[in-house]
Design a protein around this ligand. Sequence first.
Ligand SMILES: [Zn+2]
Length: 52
Amino acid sequence: MSMNPKNERIKSDKYKRDGAKYVCVKCKGKHFDKEAAEKCHDSHPADGSKPG
Ligand SMILES: [Zn+2]
């Protein structure tokens, strides 16, 4: 097993790493803390029902 920085896997799907920031996958909002990004993601309504 070799650790590859390019193959860095994200544990949480609530946010994405953007350099040193955490981007909410819902609103694409950038946060400095992953907790803030997770809270931001949690604040959005769950997308499960599709219109129509
Ligand atoms: Zn958000």
